[in-house]
Design a protein around this ligand. Structure first.
Ligand code: URP
Ligand code: ZN
Ligand code: ZN
Ligand code: ZN
Length: 482
């Protein structure tokens, strides 16, 4: 057993002085003032620290095969980096090859993830449509603890699906009580703009953002919101990076549609000036999709988080080292897309969010764990501090600072997006399933200790939507008035 003594417990709902007792099954046994330490119980001194739910990163890609490479952080190193930064759960993505079976891919990813040191779950991507996909979605939802399916509207010729697939898949997920996630970028427009830039001899990484301007994202966000609206289905848009997409989400929510938006920590603080780096590698290291944006978009993203129109923060953690990025030396469209960040998300959000007054500490908990747990139906097991919840905690030092560097980080990648940035607010101790896995800079993880987290379908939002659709005769928000 482990007793966290003398801290200030902060959840999305309240802040209070309390101790937290974790039992040997990895759950919270008690929360309250001045708890007794049972005999033999280890005690962690949380004096002067905030005790918050461990972070949940709803968007990571550990050891993902992508664009001719495999992401360099695997499930062990990636989850180790996570706990060093206060994140105790990830939701990664099962991505079947084009035409490949979903269930077989889910089994492959389960095997890869067995080395994880902290808990993990999976969204499963739908990358084509046929009867087998329809059947596998049912099996995954009913028997495998998968309550979310992912769709890429970009990456033409690889992962991209068209509107026909989106309609079928979102419709199928709705009947299963599962939520659809969407990477919203118009893949045809991207491919067209990429070819145009290459034809004009503009083959460097500076062309990457030019091939994916804000309209490309805004159009796709509006389109998938319209498609989901036609079906009466909730939809979750990953890595919202523009004011255009954020506005589309806010407008849909104002019409009564259940639309959720996720923001990446890096999009909140890094802008598109990174692509002007005269050093090829310096710019290529920032090639991810959607790209970094002109500064005014950051304001919209922060406002979205503060207002609740955007609900979650993630990293899209997808690491490629210099040799891998170099695949695109002569052609920016061949640079593997992706950036690291799981280790620094919580600190970036605290330093730039809470310390600047954009977010309260409770809102910080909401956007780093609780909202994700609610949307993906694992609340209050995750994202909460209460009796019976998983004992996943971060003991946060709100005043301590560190300077970020690839030389000291735990991510298995040769650069850090935030290199040289001094951040105040860090994970002093991290507890995963009742075990101290990070303590004062010391990693104490156990390979394979992470557990697969099953997420049941028909969470509160999906169940409410099903009732709503029944009342409206199955026509969603465009149906007749009740
Ligand atoms: O550039 C990115 N984001 N790479 C990972 C795949 C994706 O689009 O999420
Ligand atoms: Zn994406
Ligand atoms: Zn704009
Ligand atoms: Zn991603």
């Amino acid at each position: 057993m482990l007793l966290v003594r003398g801290g200030t417990v902060v959840t999305a709902d309240c802040t209070r002085r309390a101790d937290v007792l974790c039992d040997d099954s990895g759950r919270i046994a008690a929360v309250g003032p001045a708890l007794e330490a049972p005999t033999g119980c280890a005690v962690v001194d949380a004096g002067g620290l905030l005790v918050m739910p461990g972070g949940i990163d709803p968007h990571t890609h550990m050891e993902m095969p992508f664009m001719g490479s495999v992401a360099s952080d695997d499930f062990q190193t990636g989850t180790e980096a996570g706990v060093a930064g206060g994140t105790t759960t990830i939701i990664d993505f099962v991505i079947p090859e084009r035409g490949g079976a979903l269930l077989a891919a889910w089994k492959d990813w389960r095997a890869k993830a067995e080395k994880a040191v902290a808990d993990y779950s999976f969204h499963v991507a739908v990358t084509h449509w046929d009867e087998q996909v329809h059947a596998d979605m049912g099996t995954l939802a009913r028997e495998c603890g998968v309550n979310s399916f992912k769709h890429f509207m970009a990456y033409k010729g690889a992962l991209m699906v068209d509107d026909g697939v989106l309609l079928r898949s979102i419709g199928r997920a709705l009947e299963l009580g599962a939520l659809c996630n969407v990477h919203a970028e118009n893949g045809d427009a991207v491919a067209f703009l990429q070819q145009d830039l290459l034809r004009r001899g503009l083959a460097g990484p500076a062309s990457h953002p030019l091939s994916r301007p804000p309209t490309v994202e805004g159009e796709a966000a509006q389109r998938v919101i319209a498609i989901a609206g036609l079906l009466g289905a909730p939809v979750y848009i990953v890595h919202v990076s523009t004011e255009e997409a954020a506005s589309a989400i806010a407008a849909a929510r104002a019409r009564g549609q259940r639309v959720y938006g996720e923001v990446l920590a890096q999009h909140l603080v890094i802008d598109d000036s990174v692509y002007a780096d005269p050093d090829w590698l310096g710019a290529a290291r920032h090639v991810m999709s959607p790209p970094f944006r002109p500064r005014h978009h950051q304001k919209a993203l922060w406002a979205g988080l503060a207002s609740g129109q955007l609900q979650t923060t993630a990293t899209d953690h997808c690491c490629f080292c210099a040799g891998q990025k170099a695949q695109g030396r002569d052609d920016f469209t061949k640079i593997p897309n992706g950036t690291p960040g799981i280790e620094d998300r919580m600190s970036v959000l605290w330093h730039h969010g809470v310390r600047t007054g954009r977010l309260t500490p409770q809102e910080f908990v909401a956007v780093t764990s609780a909202n994700t747990a609610k949307i993906f139906n694992i609340h209050p097991r995750k994202g909460a501090i209460m009796e019976g919840a998983d004992a996943d905690l971060v003991l946060w030092d709100a005043e301590a600072s560190r300077t970020v560097s690839a030389a000291t980080h735990h991510q298995n990648v040769d650069y850090n997006l935030y290199e040289g940035m001094t951040l105040t607010g860090l994970a002093r101790h991290t507890i995963s399933a009742g075990r101290l896995v990070w303590s004062d800079g010391d990693l104490r993880t156990v390979r394979g200790a992470g557990r697969y987290v099953e997420r049941p379908c028909f969470g509160p939002d999906m169940a409410a939507q099903a009732r709503r659709n029944e009342m409206l005769g199955g026509a969603g928000v465009d149906g007749p008035a009740p």
